[in-house]
Design a protein around this ligand. Structure first.
Ligand code: XCC
Length: 710
């Protein structure tokens, strides 16, 4: 066959499938692609005007405006997106980007309406085999293979959400363990072992010999973790056995939910999803819960511990957040993602006089590194960061990254996984930012990627800093126009099981006492992402959290929700004023805010740890706690896996927007009712903020009653 024959055969097939002669993408233009090499002249064509936007007032006024604005309840389609964006910096920069006609997340959401497919929204479409794609309707109740609606929805749930999310968190844990091993074997590699006591404590729990040199212990513990992750699915996981609550483990064994090695669990679940394998929908859902357990104990929980061993345990501090921390005359580096390993080495290095001098020689006042999204929420919390000269603070949530680059002052944007949007190369090109991926698991078009080599982190960090300084020199030599939104929030951060306990004087008793006497009715963890949907964009998180603290519910945050808490002032101790009387008194007495930022979405592992310790102190199972897990703006697959973790631990999980399960009443009933009857938790889906608050309050009151509290 000649090349021409191949091409013609392909075109004939395309015609049969679509009724025309070409592939669809052929009708797009070069500027519709994210590869910056395809649009050489974009720099000239996109005109940026920093003077046209409506500027936001000072932070105090902004906080007032945010509160008045959500009280009006007009976050719907009309007035979108400026009616949902409540971050003052993002509001300003959205206008700049939108007016310049550049692609951006909020405008893309608008463009996708109303074409978003009803079948996909409900989980009723399948593209797994070549007989498809199939869609389920009253006229076509089965896919070509014979699959019915319940199976299709449940299988999509496991395959498209839970397995990906679980695997991502376990992968993260695996990378952290590799780094700990490198730190033990090769102490010059970059990351140091900072929290020796923590390493000893968990290595001891794992049954390792802690009376050996600390470097050797680090290697052994890291290997123990990696070996566990890599067990076959049919051999019980040692980390689940070691770290999970005793009563839960018994239940999980009874229900056949006790997982083996995490990677193998994911592979097993995906195998079951293959065409004409498992078709029992309930079994798929229980498999999701099993993955949720692996997600926690071979993912979140252990990765948090390992990262703290390497970067220092969380420590309560006042810090700052938002774009106003960027400095026109400094080399500005942003580090994005969830795994701040190389970022930490870079901050270490940039904090040395040598590198500050290098930056000064390039004409800058110095070099600073700021964290973005969850990576930033982790960096702001670690004790190891708190006295680092080059650490610049926390930027924002994932929605704001395109707008952040549009300031024109970001010299280097380095990222691991996840949450670096695919349009970054276009923004980088237009605004003179250098991009650097620090893990091959995320490669962007036209962008340099480093291999992940924990043994070489120091050299890699040097390379990153050199790139940043070079970009700064170019920025200045081109005399580029820039604008830094002047907004900065003061926030109290660094909460975790240990730091909270320490603040309480060494035990959870004072907190339990406040819960028992009713000053604090219960705890809600508000975690996960922010979405671009109508009614969301951070505003749903803010509304719900305000309502909870007014009802004396203490809130823990983790993920991009933490950014929302920061720019709305809820992580400032002053926010105690906004609470109900009981919570207000507690916050004022302790000098803490009503929202305790645990950091990133991956720090959910720390929240479950706190909850376990509270349950242990009360000598009850975890499902007895007056606790609700909320993800009011969940976005991606890790969040779904995390919801499965919460169900495994027996908690009520609120999620919004509506996940793609509504196409099957059986799936909805199983996740929202049946699981609870088995001793697991359950899911509740609610979009309305007022109703959501009431659901949390009612659940907490019910749990209080069960515990004999009033
Ligand atoms: Fe991404 Fe973590 Fe979600 Fe934020 S919370 S949108 S995953 S950055 Ni992790």
């Amino acid at each position: 066959m000649t090349d021409k024959d191949v091409k013609q055969s392909y075109e004939r097939s395309a015609q049969r499938m679509r009724g025309d002669q070409k592939t669809f993408a052929a009708s797009l233009t070069d500027q519709d692609y994210n590869d910056p090499n395809l649009h050489q002249d974009i720099h000239e064509r996109v005109k940026i005007d920093y003077n046209k936007m409506d500027k936001m007032p000072n932070m105090e006024e902004v906080h007032k405006w945010q509160r008045d604005h959500i009280a009006k309840d007009d976050q719907s389609k009309e007035g979108y997106p400026l009616n949902v964006i409540i971050d003052p910096a993002m509001r300003e920069m959205y206008q700049v980007v939108h007016d310049a006609g550049m692609t951006n997340v909020f405008d893309r959401f608008s463009q996708q309406q109303p074409t978003q497919c009803k079948f996909c929204i409900e989980g009723l479409s399948c593209q797994l085999c070549a007989n498809g794609p199939c869609r389920i309707s009253a006229r076509t109740p089965r896919g070509v293979c014979g699959v019915d609606a319940h199976t299709m929805v449940a299988r999509n749930f496991v395959y498209r959400h839970v397995t990906i999310g679980t695997s991502a968190n376990i992968f993260h844990c695996h990378q952290a363990a590799r780094t700990l091993k490198a730190a033990g074997e090769n102490p010059e590699s970059g990351l140091r072992i900072r929290d020796l006591e923590k390493l000893k404590k968990y290595a001891d729990m794992a049954g390792l010999n802690v009376n050996q040199p600390i470097d050797k212990l680090a290697v052994e513990f890291a290997q123990w973790v990696m070996d566990d992750i890599h067990l076959p699915h049919h051999i019980e996981s040692k980390s689940v056995e070691t770290f999970a609550p005793t009563r839960r483990k018994k239940l999980w064994r009874e229900l056949d939910l006790f997982p083996g090695g995490g990677y193998s669990e994911v592979a097993y679940a995906q195998t079951r999803c293959m065409t004409n394998f498992t078709s029992d929908p309930v079994d798929f859902l229980l498999n999701s819960v099993r993955l949720g357990i692996a997600n926690e104990y071979q993912g979140l929980f252990l990765l948090d511990i390992i990262q703290e061993i390497l970067m220092g345990t969380q420590e309560i501090q006042m810090k700052q957040q938002n774009m106003g921390l960027l400095k026109e005359n400094m080399v500005n580096v942003i580090t994005n993602g969830h795994m701040p390993l190389l970022a930490h080495v870079a901050i270490d290095l940039a904090s040395t006089d040598e590198w500050q001098e290098k930056a000064k020689k390039a004409g800058a006042e110095g070099i600073q590194i700021l964290g973005h999204v969850c990576e930033g929420q982790q960096l702001i919390n670690y004790e190891g960061m708190h006295n680092q000269k080059a650490y610049g603070g926390q930027e924002g949530e994932w929605l704001s990254q395109e707008y952040l680059l549009a300031t024109g002052v970001v010299d280097l944007f380095m990222f691991d996984y996840n949450c670096t949007v695919p349009t970054m190369p276009i923004f980088a090109k237009r605004f003179g930012t250098k991009l650097l991926s620090t893990h091959p698991v995320i490669k962007l078009q036209g962008t340099e990627t480093l291999d992940f080599i924990p043994e070489k982190m120091s050299q890699q960090a040097e390379k990153a800093l050199d790139m940043a300084i070079e970009a700064f020199i170019t920025r200045k030599s081109q005399n580029r126009q820039t604008y830094i939104p002047p907004h900065v929030s003061d926030c109290m951060v660094g909460f975790s099981t240990e730091s909270v306990k320490k603040a309480l004087g060494g035990s959870f008793d004072p907190l339990i006492e406040q819960i028992a006497n009713g000053n604090i009715r219960g705890i809600a963890t508000i975690v996960g992402c922010t979405t671009a949907r109508y009614g969301q964009g951070g505003s749903n998180i803010f509304k719900i959290t305000k309502g909870l603290i007014e009802n004396n519910i203490l809130v823990l945050s983790g993920g991009c929700t933490s950014a929302v808490m920061e720019y709305t002032g809820l992580t400032n101790p002053k926010a105690a004023e906004e609470c109900g009387e009981g919570l207000k008194a507690v916050c004022q007495q302790l000098g803490i805010p009503p929202v305790l930022s645990y950091g990133a979405c991956v720090d959910i592992g720390k929240m479950t740890h706190t909850a376990k310790e509270l349950a242990d102190a009360l000598d009850v199972d975890t499902n007895k706690l007056p606790l609700v897990i909320g993800a009011p703006e969940y976005l991606e697959q890790k969040a779904v896996a995390d919801a499965c973790t919460a169900v495994a631990l027996g908690w009520l999980v609120h999620i919004a927007p509506v996940p793609s399960i509504t196409g099957s009443d059986l799936v909805v009933k199983t996740l929202t009712e049946t699981t609870e009857t088995l001793g697991l938790g359950k899911v509740v889906v609610e979009m309305d903020a007022e109703k959501t608050i009431q659901i949390y309050v009612d659940h907490i009151e019910e749990k209080r009653k069960e515990l004999g509290l009033n």
